[in-house]
Each structure stands twice: as C-alpha cells, then as structure tokens.
Design a binder for this molecule. Sequence first.
Ligand code: GDP
Ligand code: IMO
Ligand code: MG
Length: 423
Amino acid sequence: MANTILVGAQWGDEGKGKIIDVLTAKADIVVRSQGGNNAGHTVIHDGVTYVLHLIPSGILRRGKVCVIGNGVVVDPIALLSEIEELRKVGVGIDNKNLLISDCAHLVLPYHRLLDEQRELRKGRAKIGTTKRGIGPAYGDKAARTGLRISDLMQPIVFSKKLQAKIRENNSILEALGAKPINYRDVNESYLAAGKKLRPFVANTVVFLHRALQRGKEILFEGAQGTFLDIDHGTYPYVTSSNTTAGGACTGTGVPPHRMDRVLGVMKAYTTRVGEGALPTEDRQLANMLHQLGREFGATTGRARRCGWFDAVATHYATMINGIDELAVTNLDGLDRVDSIKVCVGYRLNGKRLEVPPCDALQLDNCEPIYEEMRGWNQSTSAARKLSQLPLAARNYVKRIAQLTGAKLSMVSVGPMRAQTIFL
Ligand code: GDP
Ligand code: IMO
Ligand code: MG
C-alpha cells in the first residue's frame, strides 16, 4: 500500500475515520498531522461506535502504532479523557500503540474562552467553530507565543510560561467582558495531565523516520477537509490548519518524496457544519438525510448542512492535494432519491466558473450549474462488489469520479468496515 496521505476532499466529515480504519488493516502506523479535537472521526467496530477526536482512527486495530504529530494542537485534558473512555470500553492504549510529539502545541483554557468570545462578538458573521479553542491555539503558534508538550514535560518551565500567558490573556478576556481564569487551577490540572501523558511523549519525527527506514507503511490521517484549509479553503469560514496534503509533511516531519499516494475521501453528496458558503446546499435533501438520522455532527451534534455533489469543489481538491485515488462514501445516502443533481460548474455574474473563487462573498453568490442523473431507488448497503451495485449507482460513482479527475478506488455503502467496495 505504501505511504498514503488521506485527505477530506470537501468540507470535513467525509467518512475519513471509517476509511482509515479499513485501510489500517494493511498499514503499520497511523499519524495525525494537523487539527485538534475539533475533529470527530467515527469508526464502528463490533457493534460499538467510537468517535475519535485526537487519537488516530487506527487505534482499534491491534499491533498498529498511532502517532499524534507535531502539527496537531493538543488539549491534554481532552486527550486524557479520550484515552480513558477508550480504555473503559476495552481498547488497550499504552506507549506501544500511542505516541505524542513533544513539539505539538497545547490548547489551553484561554484558547477555548477566546474562541467562544470571538464567535459571540461576530454575531451573525460568526464562523460556527467547534469552540474547542483551535483558532486561538494556532494563532499563538504562529505568533510564537504558544506552549508545547515539551513545556508541559518541564513543570517549572511550564508554570512560569503559563503564568505569563494567563496574565496576558486574562486582560484580553476581561476586555471582552468574559471572566478571567485562575492560574492555580489551570496549572494544577495541566501538570497532573502532563504527568499522565508523559509515557506517550516522544520525538515522533525520529520515530517516523526510523520506521520508514525499516520499510513500515504509514497512513497520514487528515482531519477536516480541503475547503476548511486555512490557505485553500473558504476563508474566513475555515479552520486554522493546513488540512490539505501538504499539511501531512509539515505536521509530521516526513518529507514530500516519501509520500507515495494521496487518497481523497468524498461523500456522494456534500455536507458542511458551521457557517460559510455551500453552493449546492439543498434543504429537501438535508431534510431527507436528517429524517434518516444521518448527518449530525460527531463532535458538536449539530445538524450538518447538506447539498448535492459539487464537482467544481472536488475537482479543485484533486488539484490542490494531488489526489491520485478516490474513496466515495455514503453512496447509500442517495438510495431513495429519484433524480440526483451534480454540480458541474458555477455561474457568477453571468460567467461560468470552473474553479471556486477565492473570495467568500463571491462564492456565496455562485449559482450551481447542474447535470441531472437518474437515481436507483433501491438499497446499495449490501453490495460488496461494484458489479453488485445497481447500474444507475455505478454510473453515478463513475461520473463523479470522472468529474473529480482521479481514479475511483473505493466505494463505501455503509458505516461498517465490511460495507466497502474495493475496485
Ligand atoms: P470524518 O470526520 O470524515 O471521519 O466523518 P464523520 O465520522 O464525522 O462522519 C461520517 C459519518 O458517516 C459517520 O457517522 C460514519 O459512521 C458514517 N459513514 C461513513 N461512511 C459511510 C457510508 O458509506 N454509509 C453510511 N451510511 N454511513 C457512513
Ligand atoms: P473532521 O475531521 C467538519 C469546522 C467548524 C467550523 C470551522 C472552524 O471530523 O472532518 P474550528 O473549531 O476548527 O475553529 O471550526 O471548521 N470544522 C469541521 N467541520 N468536520 C470537522 O472535522 C471539522 N473541524 C472543524 O464546524 O465551520
Ligand atoms: Mg467528523
């Protein structure tokens, strides 16, 4: 399988967790390179549903090593509770199967409060963040004022830096009308968490390079999706990291020439949670999916916005990420739709666009140009081979892969491992 970067080709929640879990069977190491616990990756195994936020989705497979890379922002309290929850349901986690980079930045309570306050102040212009403090944590990293896991491993250094940071952030919080936070409480709880996390902390760059030298295969687990990328997404309605393929290199220290392929995961339709343009949004489709109990956020429980498949977006995603192969998920979500729309272009001020515009307002004003395809009106969830799909469903997946411009290699027809078709 070689070293694979897996990215979301849309706005997140494409089903990356499920596909990672399936692919981990053949990989040795699964590494997260960006994002934090804003992510929610669902994996269903033996009838149990796991939602992973910081821990890579390979954790349910024995004998695999999961790595939280340097590019991830780690909330140590959230990470510990994730580890404990998994242990409670029998998933073994120790430093043989989980490593955390000492260079990863920390998410602190003032990041979460600032995230909340900034959203409140924006009113209707809010981003609709997960309120996990991700933006402010990456903001500190870029401003070179962040605290890292390596600081947390040195209690005296950590406490001193934390005190200064809390003083500075309390004055900002107070100016915003929010309550200041207590240094002692944060210091105590973070140091206690640091003590518990110490066994997992390592130089993960060196670990990954040694593993590569021994011929191990690495799966790079993207979080969020292409259009939430801080550079290439629908700015400012984005997250604060590089969710696109390049982020896998910077966020892990594995260089580009060691990457063998990029796999893009995309739903057979489009969803988005949070604010920002979604050109193909369709209320009827959303109602139908929500009535089936589908498309509720794995992290915040919010109902996801839904729309038709947007090939302008996924084609652009193929270009930016260098997607070689595609995994189409949630095909079964369209099982009961008579006529399916596919967006093949945008119209803006009378002109046809083949790529999404950079500007948020312009994207908001884009009208989708649709092609219509026949639905199949029967269940696809039992199919295990492409030939077992109804002809109209086969035509549909082939058409969206063709418009996206990459080779179709997997089709997912349900949330379970087995509900996967390999081509
Ligand atoms: P991620 O963030 O990309 O890992 O995706 P999420 O886990 O947030 O959301 C994807 C949802 O779709 C989860 O509830 C998955 O269990 C589910 N899922 C993934 N693939 C399929 C599929 O092919 N069919 C169905 N019905 N559900 C799927
Ligand atoms: P996974 O990995 C879908 C969205 C938020 C918001 C924007 C910024 O499960 O695909 P943030 O909290 O990151 O500052 O929020 O990004 N968002 C996601 N949407 N899936 C995710 O992760 C997301 N992580 C963040 O809803 O619009
Ligand atoms: Mg998700």
